[in-house]
Design a protein around this ligand. Structure first.
Ligand code: SF4
Length: 379
């Protein structure tokens, strides 16, 4: 078992597994000839379905819990929504700046069509400002700051099918901020037999979320910490709306996985982690897969060390003793906690190394050894 890896080794590993997200975001798709069509400042607009007009031409954005109040000619916190003459517009409709064909394991989804690819995209912008963001070059950018493609929803679905993807992933930044684009792709993708999956911070208001659930098959939600202080100080966000989102997704029967990036000294307190795991078990179920990921010093937290492997092992032990059944460790390729073990007979039923799949011992979504159903989407 490989238990430690330098940052250089980690990035090299990611690069060979299609995961390195760095400018100009073209390692996967489109190919070079198509990439040359990317333009800076290419901005399309679409009227937002979620805003209220206020006096004096101001608007109140109702899409996420930040509820930005925006004057004429100004933009909201996420930088990609603008008040034009008292109406609120998305500026990134049909203009992704990152498009890749990724392994589904990279999202990460470990209980969803293992070994398949997911056509993954993002626009500029985000409604959080995480100090440890891995994709800050696009998440903390305005649409004019990045190269974007003209890529309407119909073309996204066509290209995803051509590429052999089984799903479309809304990922890399918070997809809520390109909600209109995601919804329109999602409707077409569903009709074309593709799954819609997202990796999200869960910071979205209940009404748009419930509407999104009509097209969404699976969500991996970052539960970044379990205190309001952590969310306020490290993400400029709030914890409680994220917990509501998790409960709504569960209620709406969207397949759910959780990711927690374990940041040394910031959210690695054992009692907070235990409280979080008990909450997940109580509110979402013991069979909710949870991924504890290794932090690497990036963006504004360069002074911290990578998460020690021993911390992740301890965190996993806490989660298992709290009663969670599918507990994974991420960003340490070769760690045995990348594999899926049956919660009943304890045999390994899906073998992984990084994003590579090895043996699978599943029969129609059940453990091939003891017949216990494994939660997830398998066909
Ligand atoms: S979606 Fe953007 S503009 Fe709307 S409330 Fe959230 S951060 Fe503000």
């Amino acid at each position: 078992m490989q238990t430690s890896m330098t940052k250089r080794e980690f990035l090299k590993f990611c690069g060979t597994s299609f995961c390195l997200l760095s400018a100009p975001y073209l390692l996967g798709f489109p190919k070079a000839s198509e990439a040359q069509k990317a333009k800076k400042g290419l901005i399309k607009t679409k009227l937002s379905p979620y805003f209220t007009s206020l006096e004096g031409g101001e608007i109140l954005c109702e899409l996420c819990p930040r509820r930005c109040r925006v004057s004429k000619g100004k933009r909201g916190f996420c930088r990609v929504r603008e008040n034009r003459e008292g109406k609120y517009y998305s500026l990134v409709y049909g203009n992704p700046c990152a498009v890749h064909l990724d392994p589904i394991e990279k999202k990460p989804f470990f209980h969803l069509l293992p070994g398949t690819t997911s056509f993954s995209l993002a626009t500029a912008g985000c409604n959080f400002q995480c100090k440890f963001c891995q994709n800050w070059e696009i998440s903390q950018a305005s649409p004019e700051d990045v190269y974007s493609y003209e890529f309407p929803p119909e073309s996204v679905v066509t290209k995803a099918k051509e590429a052999g993807a089984r799903s479309i992933a809304y990922t890399y930044v918070e997809p809520t901020i390109y909600y209109e684009y995601m919804m329109d792709i999602g409707l077409l993708a569903k009709r074309a037999g593709l799954l819609n999956v997202c990796h999200s911070n869960g910071y979205i208001n209940p009404i748009p979320l419930r509407n999104l659930c009509k097209v969404l098959d699976a969500a991996n939600i970052d539960l970044k910490g379990f205190t309001e202080t952590f969310y306020r100080e490290l993400c400029d966000g709030e914890l409680s709306p994220v917990l509501e989102t998790l409960k709504t997704l569960k209620k709406e029967k969207v397949h759910l996985e959780i990711t927690n990036l374990v940041v040394p000294t910031k959210n690695d307190d054992v009692s907070a982690l235990q409280e979080m795991c008990l909450w997940v078990k109580r509110e979402l179920g013991a069979d909710t897969p949870i991924h504890f990921s290794r932090f690497y010093p990036l963006y504004k937290l360069k002074s911290l060390p990578p998460t020690p492997v021993s911390t992740l092992d301890k965190t996993r032990a806490v989660a298992l003793s709290a009663g969670l059944e599918y507990v994974y460790i991420g960003n340490i390729p070769g760690h045995e906690a990348e594999n899926t073990f049956c919660s009943k007979c304890k045999k390994m039923i899906i073998q992984r190394t990084g994003y590579m799949i090895g043996e699978i011992h599943l029969k129609a979504g059940k453990c091939a050894y003891c017949g216990k159903p494994l939660p997830g989407i398998w066909a």
